[in-house]
Design a protein around this ligand. Structure first.
Ligand code: KIV
Length: 289
């Protein structure tokens, strides 16, 4: 959906469905604060996810598991303030929706009321299918997430591609179909072989967004910090880096530090001056003290 009619009209689920039907790729990306929201807005993306990947990318946890609802809400509100056109998806964190339909609805309502999200995302099939159905019944649009589901990566054998064997691939496909039947408006499919995506796509009628699921989905999502090269260390196989912001940022701070140490910064143009004659007057006042 690169060509959009009005830069400030908020997209709707209908727009995404139309893009899917027209074969127009849907661009989704994560954002976690006001400046990253303004950047992805200016870049013209279609869907913004405040992912619980925030736990690792901006809060420094070693997995997505510890992040709390309150932490996610603070980040999501900041993103909301920076967005106009894209749809906003809030990720319900681990432990905030699994126990019961009532818990899922209560948590999701906070994301809708306090942070202004358009949809919430939950992970896995299984009991999450029931949670998705309950949320949809409560009037809250839901994004499902199958394949590699980081909140429960431990039970999947770690952060690794899912569905490499036929029986495991069938389980991913069955989860996806169950989430569609439960009323999900969209589906994220993470880290599955392209053959699994190819088998899945003809069975689904909702927009499917891939991350590490090959080129056969209706759109793609990447983590903001991954695609811009903001953090140190390696990235998953499916990440392409489109910038090296970490390198640029370190170079900028090193240049600043060098100039502070050499006295080159601040220069006269960065410095305020008193009004005409006021420095002499100040000297008189000090002398008379
Ligand atoms: O939390 C997240 O950023 C996600 C995306 C990787 C889809 O769930």
């Amino acid at each position: 959906m690169s060509a959009h009619p009005s830069p400030t009209k908020r997209l709707t689920l209908g727009d995404l469905a139309a893009a899917r039907d027209a074969g127009t790729p849907i661009v989704m990306v994560t954002a976690y604060d006001f400046p990253s929201a303004q950047i992805v807005e200016a870049a013209g993306v279609d869907v913004v996810l405040v992912g619980d990947s925030a736990a690792m990318t901006v809060l420094g946890y070693d997995s997505t598991v510890p992040v709390t609802v309150d932490e996610m809400l603070m980040l999501t509100r900041a993103v909301r303030r920076g967005l106009e056109r894209p749809l906003l998806v809030g990720d319900l964190p681990f432990g905030s929706y699994e126990a019961s339909d009532a818990e899922a609805i209560a948590t999701a309502q906070r994301f809708v009321k306090d942070a202004g999200v358009d949809l919430v995302k939950i992970e896995r099939g299984g009991t999450s299918v029931d949670r998705a159905r309950a949320l949809v019944s409560a009037g809250i649009p839901v994004v499902g997430h199958v394949g590699l589901t980081p909140q429960t990566a431990a039970s999947l054998g770690g952060y690794r591609a899912q569905g490499r064997r036929a029986d495991a691939a069938l389980a991913v496909i069955e989860d996806a179909l169950a989430l569609q039947d439960a009323g999900c408006a969209m589906l994220v499919v993470e880290a599955v072989p392209a053959e699994v995506t190819a088998a899945l796509m003809p069975l689904l009628s909702i927009p499917v967004i891939g991350i590490g699921a090959g080129a056969g989905t209706d759109g793609q999502v990447l983590v903001f910090h991954d695609l811009l090269g903001i953090h140190a260390g390696g990235a998953a196989r499916f990440v392409r880096r489109y910038a090296d912001l970490r390198g640029s940022a370190i170079a900028g701070v090193v240049a600043y530090a060098d100039e502070v140490r050499s006295g080159a910064y601040p220069a006269p143009e960065h410095t305020y001056a008193m009004a005409e004659g006021e420095a002499a007057r100040l000297a008189e006042l000090l002398a008379a003290r």
